[in-house]
Every structure is written in C-alpha cells, then in structure tokens.
Write a new protein. Structure first.
Lengths: 346, 319
C-alpha cells in the first residue's frame, strides 16, 4: 500500500493477509470433525508500521484487534498470512533470530493487575527482560539501571523491592511500560494500555508513552477501542470491524474526511468540547449488534448495520482501495458516501 | 543498541513528579519508602506468626515429633519399651503409668509415644509419595494439555472411582501387610486428588498475562515454568499436602484398626485403638489416649494447612 510520506523507507513491520481462526470448542468428537465451526477473529488484515511512528488500531470489543497484536507477537500462531519484522519473515526465523525479535518487539498488556507476576518484586519484573537476554550480567549495574528506568517512567526508585499488589493500577501500568522499554525495543505493541485506568490517569500514561517515544524513537502499534485515545497519540489509524480492516489513513485525514460509514458512525460518537458544534452534529446510531464472528455475514461484514448498504454489499466483499493519497477504505460507495457531516473539525 | 548509552541521554521530560505518580496510593504503602527488601517466604512466615491457631498447631506438631524422635532416650528406662510386658494388666492411670497399662501389662504411654513414630512416618512419607507423583502428573497434564491431559485425568478418574479405603485394602492384600507397604499403598493411591488440585492451579495461572508477558520477552519454557507458573501455583499444593498428612495418619489408623496395616506387637495409634476397644466399658483410657493423639495431630495438620493458605496469599493485607 505504500504510505506516500514513507515512500522509499523500509517498513519496520509488514503484516500481509494475516488471518486467525479459532476452532469452536465442541465435544471430544465434534472438535475434530472436518468442517467444524470456527471463530473468524482476524480476516485478511494487511498493514505496515514504519520506524518511530504510532499506528493506531481501533475497533469494538471482539473485532480481532488484540488477536492481531498477539499474532504479530507470536503469542498465538496465525492461521495464515505473513508477518515481516525488520525485513525477516517471523514464521521462518531461526531460534536465535526469533529470540532477538523478542528483544526488539515488546508488548504492553491491557490489564495491569494480571500482567505483573504477583510473586516478583517490581525490580525483578523490570529486570526480567535483561536477565532473559543476558544484557548487563553485572547485578549492581543492572539494579542501578532498573532504578533509573523506574525514575524515567515516574515511579519512585526506592520502591524497587515492593510487590505489584502494593501499587495502584496506573503505577502498575508504569511498571509494565518500564519492563517493555528495558531492552529499548524498536516496536512496542500496546494492547489497550490505558483502557483499564481512570480517565485522569489515562492522560498521564498516554503522555508518558509519547514522551518515551519522542526520546527513544520506538514505534507503537497502539490498540484501542476508543478513537479519542488513539487520536492523541497516533500518526496513522486503522479501523477494524469483525476481523476486517475497514479504513486506514494518516490520522488527520481519517478524522476530517472519514470515508467509511463505520468510521463515520464511530466518529459521530466522539464528544466534541464545543457545545455549539456538538449540538449541530448528527449522531449516526447503528442498529442491531455486531454479528457473530462464528457466522460472519456474506459480502461486506458491515452491510447488516450499514446505513447506506445496497444489494451489492451483501454479495461482494469490498477491498481496501485508495480514496485519497495515503487514505484507504474498504467500501463500495466510499466516494459517493452521503453522510459526511459527522466529521470532527480539529 | 547500547543500553548504557540510552540511559546516559537527557532525562525524559515528564511533568512534576507529584503529578506523575498517581494520586491514589496502593494499599500497603504505609511502609516507609526505604523499607528493607522482604522476601516472599519471609512475608508468609510473618503472616503465619500472627495466626494463633496455626501457631498452636505448629507447637503441637513440633512437640509430638520431638517426643517421637527422643523416645529411645527416656521411654525404655522409665516406662519400659513399647512391647515389653513388665507390669500388671490393665492398671488404671497413675503417676507411674500416666496412661495406665494394657491387657498384657504394657505401658500405654510408651506405646502411644512409639506409635507416634509410625503414625507420623506414615503421614509424612505417604504424603511425600503422593505429592511427588501428583505434582508430576498434574504438571504434565496442565502444561502439555491435549492427549496427555486426557490420559492422566481419566486415569485419575479411574483411581477416584473406587472407594479410597477399599482400594488401599486391596493393594495391601496384594502387597502383604507391613509398614513399608502401608507407605506405598497410601502414597501411591493418594496422587489423583493432588494431581487435580495442581493441574487446576496451573491452568488458572497459565492464563495470566504475566505468563504471556514472559513469553513475549523471549523467556524459555523452563524459565516460564520455574519463575512464573510454579511459584504461583505451589501454594495450593503446600496447603493441600499439609492437610493430606492428617488424612494419611487417619488412613493408617483405620487400616491398623482393621488389621491390615502395622503388624502387632509393633504399636501404631490405630492398633492401640483396636486393642483398647474391647475394654471400652471398663478401661476407657486404653482407647481414649491414642484416640486423643490422633485427634490432636490430625487437627493440628488441618489448622496448619489453613494457616498456610492465608499466609501464602500475597494479596492478603498486612493488617
């Protein structure tokens, strides 16, 4: 797809036709039967992330955005598709290459309570990546480094010997961030890092993440279910629905000129601080629920709830195509879309 | 990529430290910032010390173990050995014979003390055997899952489908009675419940994000098991095994009572009860004293297990 302003740059991460299906757990017999039901979590997703940028991935719960992140990290094996990290195909990596990939790619988890081992002190947690990759074998040097790292993420270095349960959610998430940054990775997959936190603390953690990015040039794959969170931090944004990428572009173009009716409906739900504008906007309220990923609709996955759907939508799967420079949309009627007034003035 | 060099760089611009550190303090932050490093087991011990019932249980267990271990030093000289028939039969309790004497003139206190050796040994050894087998079976079933999980868990179901005591009796009938066969029978047949407990503990720990976090850092399987899964699932086994010791002591007593366990004239608490029950109407101490020993010891292991469960829970407040 080649984002225009990245012309000529080698992407850090290239995801091509990534698909992940989970078998539906049935009985002992039916699970092994051919043609049993599957959850189509991620369907043919392709995108690229360039060094130092933030790529926001937005969608409702269950749309497959976390599964995308976990497949890239190889916490789960994708059904098909390729993930190319730093020029190398992850699935054909040797053991040593695979281990070094885990040095350059880190993960920040959504739940700050479950992502820290309750039986390790935060010092042990933050230094674990160093131990695993045998960086800084000298214990005193490592401790000094971990203390500095804790200070950088805004924690008191004196707390190095405390256990995670002695910290609040926001503080724990800072521990997770310190751990992710310990090896100074090239890419960090942030899987809804702030959605479990209070709104006031969300802003602090988001600021910390962008400060650290500015400092160290780390690229983020930033997964969120909230467009306003992503807007804060992203260079480019992709919108996901039922396992499919619906639209992606640089954030400004996506927020000012959304082409996909699903993106438009999401944006219409983001509150605007100015009450006059807020009143003048029209909310697009979608009817019905997200269809089951076990039995996804034929054609365009969004056609069952789309306000502008026509006959063609239920039979023909729209592909991502260029609608503006660097702006891609998977809708048959992207250009002729009548609902535009939802766009946010930024 | 040099880690040293990036730390030497300019400090990251952050807001004032007060704003950065989240306003809400976590529970337990009453400890001074410079609190000394505390280890997990140290913390657990401190919590256990505050549990009065558990401390009483520990005192009783230590007492009974010491009495059993030192028996050779004082019992034969003062009371006569456990099998020596030195006195008149069925003497009541007195200063010379605190627990009286039995139907053939043996001192009951010395028999209870020597009985403690056998009963405690059965409790500890049999539990060690079942815990060892149970840990391996549970760990394999939970970590590898799939085929091995099915095989091991169905095997456990088969073991649990038979009444435990009958199964032990059948096994003893095959092996023959005798103390080492009692260890083996109780130990080998006790693994399924421990395997189940450990398996479910691992399965729930395995789903935690910190296991995925370790995996995403490139940790080896061995490291994930030893550093993340095992320390978080072992507490349930420590608790369960402690309680299981009491259960094994009871099983041995029941077997000896039924004449399947320890061979007379060697004493065990079960044999003493079996001997004494014939005289319950006239000399009740013959049965009551070993019965009390069993009761107190089994109760002590249960209370200790309870105390350990609370002590090993890191999330318990330090209040």
């Amino acid at each position: 797809m080649g984002q225009d302003r990245h012309e000529g740059t080698q992407p850090l991460l290239k995801v091509e036709h990534l698909t992940k299906e989970f078998p539906v757990e049935g009985g002992v017999i039916s699970a092994h039967r051919k043609g049993s039901k599957k959850v189509h979590a991620v369907e043919d997703v392709s995108f690229e992330i360039y060094p130092g940028e933030t790529f926001g991935l937005v969608g409702e719960s269950g749309c497959g955005k976390s599964t995308t992140g976990r497949s890239i990290m190889r916490l789960t094996t994708p059904t098909s598709g390729t993930v190319i990290f730093d020029g190398k195909d992850v699935s054909t990596m040797s053991r040593a290459e695979f281990k070094s990939m885990h040095r350059d790619m880190q993960y920040i988890f959504q739940d700050p309570y479950a992502s820290l081992n309750p039986r390790m002190t935060i010092g042990e947690i933050v230094s674990e990546p160093l131990t695993i990759h045998n960086v800084m074998p000298d214990a005193a040097e490592r401790t000094a480094f971990v203390r500095e790292l804790l200070d950088v993420v805004g924690l008191n270095p004196e707390h190095i010997n405390r256990y995670p349960h002695e910290f609040s959610g926001g503080q724990r998430q800072r521990v997770g961030i310190a751990r992710a940054f310990a090896l100074r990775p090239k890419l960090i997959i942030c899987d809804e890092p702030v959605s479990a936190l209070d709104v006031s603390i969300q802003a602090q953690v988001l600021n910390l993440l962008s400060d650290l990015q500015r400092e160290f040039g780390t690229a983020y794959l930033f997964i969120a279910h909230d467009l306003s969170v992503v807007q804060h931090i992203s260079d480019r944004v992709a919108v996901m629905y039922l396992g499919h990428l619906m639209e992606h572009s640089d954030w400004k173009s996506l927020y000012t000129e959304p082409h996909h009716p699903y993106t438009q409906s999401l944006l219409s739900a983001v509150p605007v601080p100015d009450p006059d504008i807020q009143h003048a906007r029209k909310r697009i309220i979608l009817a019905g629920d997200v269809p089951s990923p076990i039995d996804p609709p034929s054609g365009c996955p969004f056609h069952t709830r789309c306000p502008i759907a026509q006959g063609r939508c239920s039979s023909e799967v729209p592909t991502l195509r260029k609608v503006l420079p660097g702006h891609y949309c998977a809708c048959h009627f992207a250009e002729k879309n009548p609902i535009k007034e939802s766009s946010i003035r930024l | 990529m040099s880690l040293k060099s990036w730390m030497k760089g300019e400090p990251v611009a952050v807001e004032t430290p007060d704003q950065q550190r989240d306003a809400a303090p976590a529970e337990g932050t009453t400890i001074d910032a410079g609190a000394p490093s505390r280890t997990l087991w140290g913390d657990a011990l401190a919590r256990l010390r505050r549990n009065r019932l558990a401390i009483m249980a520990v005192i009783w267990i230590v007492f009974i173990v010491l009495v059993a271990l030192t028996a050779d030093l004082w019992v034969p000289q003062t009371l006569g050995g456990p099998t020596a028939q030195l006195y008149d039969a069925r003497l009541p309790m007195s200063a010379a014979h605190p627990f009286g004497t039995d139907q053939v003139g043996r001192d009951v206190l010395s028999r209870v003390v020597y009985g403690a050796r056998i009963s405690l040994a059965v409790g500890l050894l049999a539990t060690a055997i079942s815990t060892l087998i149970g840990l391996v079976m549970g760990a394999v079933a939970a970590y590898y899952g799939g085929f091995w999980d099915t095989v091991i868990m169905r095997l456990a179901d088969v073991f649990l489908a038979f009444p435990y005591i009958l199964f032990v009796i059948v096994m003893l009938a095959v092996l023959g009675s005798g103390i080492q066969n009692v260890f083996i029978a109780i130990g080998v047949l006790g693994w399924p419940s421990i395997a189940r407990v450990f398996r479910s503990a691992i399965l729930s720990v395995k789903e935690n994000d910190y296991v995925d976090a370790a995996r995403s850092m490139g940790a080896s399987d061995a490291r994930i098991i030893m550093r993340h899964i095992f320390p978080n699932s072992v507490a349930s086994i420590v608790v369960y095994s402690t309680m299981n010791i009491g259960g094994a002591i009871l099983t041995e007593a029941a077997l000896s009572f039924l004449g399947m366990g320890v061979v007379p004239p060697d004493p065990s608490w079960g044999i003493l009860i079996e001997d004494g029950q014939k005289f319950i109407a006239t000399q009740p101490w013959l049965m009551i004293m070993p019965g009390l020993a069993i009761l107190l010891t089994v109760l002590a292991f249960t209370l200790l297990g309870d105390g350990l469960r609370d002590a090993l829970d890191v999330k318990m407040k330090d209040a």
